[in-house]
Structure formats: C-alpha cells, structure tokens
Design a protein around this ligand. Structure first.
Ligand code: G3P
Length: 225
C-alpha cells in the first residue's frame, strides 16, 4: 500500500454533540471540500451511527472510531472488521485513549483488518506502547498523551520528544508504519511542527469539531503542508 493512500490530517469526530444527527454529514462535506480544493488528503472518523452512510456520501477516507476483534456471528453491540468491509469505510482507529483495548485485541484487530484490506490507525499513549504495537505492523500509529487530549496545548509544543521519539522507535521496528501525533493540535503551525518532528500527519478532534468555523480551521491546519 502506498503512502499516498493515507491522510495527512485525520479528524476524529468523537461523540461530540456538534456531530449528532445530520451535523456529522455537514462536517464530513466540509472536510471533503477542503481536501478536494487543497489537494491535501483529509480522513475522517465520524460517529459510529453515521459512519457507513457518510462513507457512501464523500470520497475522502472514512474510518471507524473503533473495531472489535470478532468474526461475524452471535455477538451484540460490536463492530466487526467484516461489517466495516461490507461498507465504504476504509479502516478503523484502534485503541483510542477513550476506548482502550488489551494488547491481544489490538493484535487481533490489526490482523483481521489486514485480511480484509482495511487500514488501521492504532493509538498509543507512550513511546513504549507504540513500539509494542509496531510489532504488529499496523498501517498507522498515532501517539497521543492522554493528559493533553481535548486541551489547548498541542503535543508538538508540550512534548515534542514523544513525537520524535515515537517516530524513531517505531521506524526501527517497521519503517513502513506511518506515525501520527495528536492531542491539542489546533493550527497549521502545530501540523508543520509535527511533520518537522518526523510525523507523517496528525490525528485531531476538538480543534475542528468544536470550532465555530471548521472550514477555516481546516484550511489553516493544512496551510503549511
Ligand atoms: O483522536 C484525536 C484526539 O484524541 C485528540 O483530541 O481534541 O485533543 O484534538 P483533541
């Protein structure tokens, strides 16, 4: 799989009230517009209830916010890789800080998704965790210090070492993995710093989802790429 398949910016809509109902569709269309006009690939993780419908509507990468390592069959309230594969959704976040999974589940999710050509972006809270996850060779690893998530200070300024350290350590295990960083990322300078630190891109949420004008925030985020 080539690098160009992967977004520089991934917007996780989370379950904010700002993306309930049709508002998730509106934000997805804004992300698509900015991505198409700028040529910078933007991926999105809409709320689970609307993700499949949004993936049919927009031609930018749509990922699930979570996936469970389950085969189709009896099981209630899960999202299986096979289910994702049956839609236009292209992959999934795994082990987000707000939806942690044990390491065995992470490994199984990655492997099941790979079998179905689904892209995986696995979150890690530390360099050590990222290295542990890198052994399973997901397509992307996103390092996010939990204490900075949802705040106003970007990981790129609060803890640049975790970004460069993760890039170096992950690449030593598997140079094909694309490393992202997230937590507090809000503007184009933060994105540029992330890339200067060796990251391929950023994973962010509140800076876009909770913005009064998400379109101008998105344009600002990608302006220095
Ligand atoms: O999934 C992205 C996220 O955890 C970072 O959130 O609001 O700090 O951009 P935020």
């Amino acid at each position: 799989m080539s690098k160009t398949c992967c977004p520089r910016v991934i917007v996780n809509f989370k379950v904010y009230s700002e993306v309930e109902g049709t508002r998730a569709f509106n934000l997805a269309k804004i992300c698509r517009k900015v991505s198409t006009e700028s040529g910078v690939k933007i991926g999105i993780c809409p709320p689970m209830l609307s993700a499949a419908a949004i993936a049919q509507l927009v031609d930018i990468p749509v990922y699930s916010q979570h996936v469970d390592p389950l085969a189709p069959g009896s099981g209630t309230g899960y999202v299986t890789p096979s289910m994702l594969h049956s839609t236009e959704i292209r992959g999934s976040l795994i082990n987000h800080s707000e939806h942690r999974q044990p390491i065995e589940s992470i490994s199984k999710c990655i492997s099941m998704c790979k079998d179905l050509d689904l892209v995986t972006c696995v979150c890690a809270e530390s360099v050590e965790k990222a290295v542990e996850i890198a052994k399973f060779s997901p397509r992307m690893i996103a390092v996010e210090p939990p204490e900075l998530i949802g705040g106003d200070v970007s990981v790129t300024s609060a803890n640049p070492e975790i970004v460069s350290g993760t890039v170096e350590a992950v690449k030593a295990v598997d140079p094909d993995i694309l490393v992202y960083c997230g937590a507090g990322v809000k503007n184009g300078e933060d994105v540029k710093t992330a890339i200067d630190l060796g990251a391929y891109g950023v994973l962010l949420a509140s800076g876009v989802v909770k913005a009064k004008d998400p379109e101008s925030v998105l344009r600002d985020l990608i302006k220095l790429i």
